[in-house]
Design a binder for this molecule. Sequence first.
Ligand SMILES: Cc1cc2nc3c(=O)[nH]c(=O)nc-3n(C[C@H](O)[C@H](O)[C@H](O)COP(=O)(O)OP(=O)(O)OC[C@H]3O[C@@H](n4cnc5c(N)ncnc54)[C@H](O)[C@@H]3O)c2cc1C
Length: 389
Amino acid sequence: MTQTKQRRALIIGGSLGGLFTATTLRAIGWDVHIFERSAHDLDSRGGGVVLQADVLAAFRFAGIDYDESHGVPSGDRIYLGAGDAVLSRQHMPQTQTSWNSLYSAMNRSLPPELTSRAERFMRYEQHGDEVVAYFESGRVERADLLIGADGPKSSLRAQVLPGVMPTYAGYVAWRGLVPETSLSTRAVEMLQGTFAFQHDGETMMLEYMVPGEDGSIEVGKRRWNWVWYRKVSPGADLQSLLTDRNGKAKTTSLYPGAVQDAYLSEMRHASKLLAPTFQDLVEATAEPFVQAILDMRVPQMVFGRALVVGDAASIPRPHTAGSTAKAAANALSLAHALSQGENDIDAALQAWEFDQLLAARQMTEWGMRAGDRIMGIPRTTAAIFPRQP
Ligand SMILES: Cc1cc2nc3c(=O)[nH]c(=O)nc-3n(C[C@H](O)[C@H](O)[C@H](O)COP(=O)(O)OP(=O)(O)OC[C@H]3O[C@@H](n4cnc5c(N)ncnc54)[C@H](O)[C@@H]3O)c2cc1C
């Protein structure tokens, strides 16, 4: 009797994209192994993620016990104006969770021996139907498939598409997290149970509640999560903002505690023009942090037996609330395609790629239109993706 050989996938990157891919491919019987350059468990110190249907579908498929009850619900979307006037209110229920909560749920579900940490992927070769991956440590691994879930600065993408790099969108997101019990009474009364915004034509502030750092959704242990989009000129101004308090220049973001005092003071001062509720939120934030808003989309996701997923393949603007959902959708549809095309992996990958490119295009373009409109930036997507279909 002939037995089908178990297929093997090497997954580069152990953040959400890598974990979605590992858990869903494992569910169809693949042998998976994650290689993450960071030596330790990743610690977000980041914040909120809107819990989307694609994420829940990937969890269900992978048999991970995680549903909307792990998030924090909001009911009304409100738009605030000067003096905390409520300019509009719409009932739009949704659920918010946190990066940490999703990361822990998937990490817990994978046997630890399936992840190798402190392993930086360098390059790969393909020999027939086999991929050979080379790591900085000298390690060499072979498999049927190599998956680059290695984020916006993907090393796998750099090898196969050296000209494709993220582009700065012209504005940054200041972000902050405030323990539930540390906010003023007036702000709590205004924000309780809402997803709140303030928009003045060139900036946008928004807030929603997320689980506590340990994933707790118990009242009193959750966190207020805010994001304030503000323009910063490209070049010297952006570079200076993204230089941390030790003088180290970063390219895309600074962690909580890393922003220089001068920029924190400027941001806190500027927040005095926000609605009082949002002023209180900024005031109550111990360590605001900042990230540049980027655009990126690949014209091709499959390169023989190597492919890119998640933020390595496309970076939608955060207004889509779609980065994590897109990583989940990439992984789930890959598992579906491979389980149906067991005997012809290459054909399965081609079909998968077509759908994923289309979805990425729709999401990135919608996000760019929304972001540019929100920030009052005149620009067309053609200027950013000139060579793409
Ligand atoms: C620590 C962390 C915290 C985050 N917090 C938030 C948040 O609070 N809210 C939010 O909306 N989004 C957050 N994000 C981004 C979010 O995870 C992504 O936008 C989305 O989920 C898609 O994830 P991804 O796995 O494709 O990319 P990423 O999350 O960027 O992960 C890429 C991973 O690949 C690893 N990697 C990169 N190069 C190599 C290499 N050569 N070899 C091996 N490993 C490599 C990186 O260390 C990283 O773990 C965070 C990302 C990280 C890494």
